[in-house]
Design a protein around this ligand. Structure first.
Ligand SMILES: C=C(O[C@H]1C=CC=C(C(=O)O)[C@@H]1O)C(=O)O
Ligand SMILES: [Mg+2]
Length: 459
């Protein structure tokens, strides 16, 4: 990732001082369509985000920037946390029910310095939206986040209120044209041979005892006949793989988006939840074939091995940061539209001094995306993939002012860039992995985002 910092369009970056005040004003509506609100904010293109959790109990949309935290610092997790804490100390709380939200993500590997489609994305990019929609418990809350210094202006606040009302009205009454997916001119399997070579050489390293597991990924480039609109992409993602997290994070003319089944960590009132997700098999054509495939996966030593590395690592982190934690003895199946995974949920009570960002930092990357041992596998990934994963496989999510929040692992994802889209998928390589079956596994993992954009791979 190139070390370029995005232009800061937010307020008073790095200038929080004793005059800074962070006002949040919330109104409650019976209902509002999150995707329509995103679309109504088209004049904020480049400064919007969308998030929906896998259970569909929480949806968040942000339009415009009230504040941006972005950095390429070595301690990027700590500095985001420190700046957010500083900003939170300036909040003038109107309604403790609804809190301001910081939404964004980190790059997968800040030590990757290749120039790529990710050059505009800093290693950490988080925003407090100017207009925030939260759908929770069957209610819709629209908030204005107004961050100001000594120049507080009642008139500026009134202008924000008028703009909020305009956005809500547009989201409710505008007729959105049915979207037509632009024609796909080409699908390029980037560095396919490098990928196959990487899988066999990494298998060799593992057999020689140099590492236990390394996740190797590859990417596709789609070129469209015209620009693929972000809101059309999000509408399309929402219809694909419904049992997943859906997200979109715009930055300038790009949007990182995806439909991931994988939670990294959620913190809610002192409870921490994470998911071990690794080991895969396709869906069956009939219910019977599907059940048989599921049984094969549950009993397959290669996939159980892939999974166990993740369980061991996540449980060691929960051991460190939680008073106690629960971990089922055996994995279950997580069946999503195109694929079945081995799945073990982990749940614990956080120690009083532990925080969401600390967990995000310690858990990333789990061996479902990096490998074992962690440092060495990151070096192997850097050397053998010869690409920049950007935010693929990295933590993307949100935190509120009391430290509650959730981060997903941004797999089954793509970077939409005007009339191109870059899709990413990988898999866990262990001693008995085979290049062609790993290649086939990535093909299945590309499917949700390929369908989003209207594309298909042969075979
Ligand atoms: C790396 C990816 O998936 C991970 C998550 C679940 C199963 C995986 C596997 O079986 O290899 C991967 O570890 C991806 O989707 O790009
Ligand atoms: Mg696998």
């Amino acid at each position: 990732m190139n070390r370029k910092l995005s232009a800061n369009t937010g307020y008073k970056l790095g200038l929080i001082d004793s005059n800074t005040r962070f006002y949040i004003e919330t109104i409650e509506l019976n209902r509002l369509s999150a995707l329509s609100f995103f679309e109504a904010g088209f004049s904020y293109e480049g400064e919007r985000f969308y998030w929906q959790n896998a259970e569909k109990t929480q949806t968040i949309v942000g339009l415009g920037h009230a504040y941006v935290i972005s950095n390429n610092e070595h301690e990027s997790f700590e500095s985001v946390q420190a700046e957010w804490d500083m900003l939170c100390n300036t909040i003038v709380m109107e309604d403790p029910e609804i809190q301001p939200i910081l939404f964004g993500g980190f790059s997968f590997d800040r030590q990757n310095t290749l120039s790529s489609e990710w050059d505009e994305f800093p290693d950490a990019y988080f925003v407090v939206p100017a207009f925030q929609l939260v759908l929770k418990d069957d209610r819709a809350y629209v908030s204005i986040n107004y961050i100001t210094g000594a120049d507080y202006s009642a008139q500026a606040f009134d202008e924000l209120r008028a703009e909020r009302d305009r956005l809500i009205h547009a989201a409710q009454v505008n007729e959105w044209k049915p979207f037509v997916k632009p024609e796909i001119l080409s699908i390029e399997e980037r560095k396919k041979q490098d990928y196959l070579d990487a899988v066999s050489s990494v298998t060799g390293l593992i057999r020689d005892g140099r590492a236990d597991k390394v996740v190797i990924a590859r990417s596709l480039k789609l070129t469209f006949a015209e620009k693929f609109n972000s809101s059309a992409a999000l509408r399309s993602i929402s219809m694909e793989q419904p049992e997943s997290y859906h997200f979109g994070l715009e930055l300038g003319s790009q949007m990182f988006c995806g439909a991931t089944p994988e939670r990294l960590v959620k913190v809610e009132s002192g409870k921490a939840l994470s998911t071990c997700l690794a080991g895969s098999i396709k869906r069956g054509k009939t219910a019977e074939e599907d059940r048989l495939l599921g049984d094969v996966l549950l009993n397959d030593p290669k996939n159980r091995g892939e999974h166990q590395y993740v369980v061991d690592m996540i449980s060691s982190i929960f051991d460190e940061y939680c008073e106690n934690y629960k971990l089922p003895k055996k994995p279950k199946l997580l069946k999503i539209r195109d694929i079945q995974h081995l799945y073990t949920p982990v749940e614990g009570r956080l120690k009083s001094n532990a925080s969401l960002f600390q967990l995000v930092k310690s858990l990333h990357p789990t061996p479902a995306l990096g490998g074992v041992p962690r440092g060495l596998s990151m070096e192997i990934i850097r050397k053998s993939e010869k690409m920049d994963r950007g935010y693929y496989a990295a933590p993307v999510g949100w935190i509120d002012a009391s430290g509650n929040g959730e981060f997903a692992v941004a797999i089954r994802s793509a970077l939409l860039d005007h009339d191109s889209a870059y899709l990413y998928a990988g898999g866990g390589i262990v001693a008995d992995s085979e290049p062609i079956s790993e290649y086939e596994e990535t093909k299945v993992k590309f499917r949700p985002m390929l369908r989003t954009f209207g594309g298909k791979l042969n075979g």
